[in-house]
Ligand binder design. Structure first.
Ligand SMILES: [Zn+2]
Length: 226
């Protein structure tokens, strides 16, 4: 019987998408759900305040990377027009996994593949510079998206360029180039790219969540951060 993508992802070992010298024991979970962040007396729409908050979380936990956010319902997106459909259908459910660490950190190809597309998504609260890789394992084709990169990350890139697992493909961007967030990598797995190029939704509304949960499976099947 053919394997599904989730099974294939679980079989992959030793995957790192940022600085491979940092061991997973130096990662700490970060809860950015609305129910949690509403309790914090912080303006997380301010990138400087947000970055201080992340740095405190890292130092309090003696960690180097904060991670999390898959299927988290957030209220961080309310400042941005990018995420508004209608009032009743707010896009606030995060469908990638975020890795929070300082700007300039190396970003690595998760797996062997090629560059599908890349683009600077410049709206406030959007990804900023973004790269999408295409992978095929055992005849299943899927995509990995790397968002909130630095501008230089897109220089010299070409569609179709071959990448190997672990290759340096980019560096993390700083605000405001990264969409004006505290520096982090948005990493997402996409089954059907729906003919998009250089961009794909990283958050969805409650109405869309079953589609996106299937189409953008849990990145931690691949990363295996504990
Ligand atoms: Zn994200």
């Amino acid at each position: 019987m053919n394997k599904n993508l989730e099974e294939l992802l679980k079989e992959q070992q030793n995957i790192k998408v940022i600085d491979s010298s940092i061991d997973y024991k130096d990662y700490v979970a970060l809860d950015l759900s609305a129910t949690h962040t509403d309790q914090l007396d912080l303006n997380l729409t301010d990138a400087i305040v947000f970055e201080e908050f992340i740095e405190n979380h890292l130092s309090n936990n003696n960690a180097k990377v904060a991670f999390g956010g898959y299927l988290e319902t957030r209220n961080l997106y309310r400042r941005s027009e990018v995420f508004k459909n209608e009032i009743t259908d707010e896009r606030n459910i995060h469908i990638g996994l975020d890795l929070w660490i300082k700007a300039g950190t190396s970003v690595l190809a998760a797996l062997d593949g090629k560059i599908h597309s890349f683009q600077d998504n410049t709206a406030l609260g959007d990804y900023g510079p973004t790269i999408i890789l295409e992978h095929t394992i055992e005849n299943i084709t899927f995509y990995t998206l790397y968002g909130h990169l630095s501008s230089e990350s897109l220089k010299g890139k070409a569609v179709g360029q071959i990448v190997k697992k672990g290759n340096l493909i980019a560096f993390l961007g700083a605000p405001p180039i990264n969409g004006d967030y505290a520096p982090h990598l948005h990493f997402q797995i996409i089954k059907d790219l729906q003919e998009k190029s250089g961009d794909y939704p990283g958050v969805c509304s409650k109405k869309e969540v079953s589609f996106y949960t299937n189409n953008c499976t849990d990145p931690n099947f691949l990363l295996k951060i504990e």
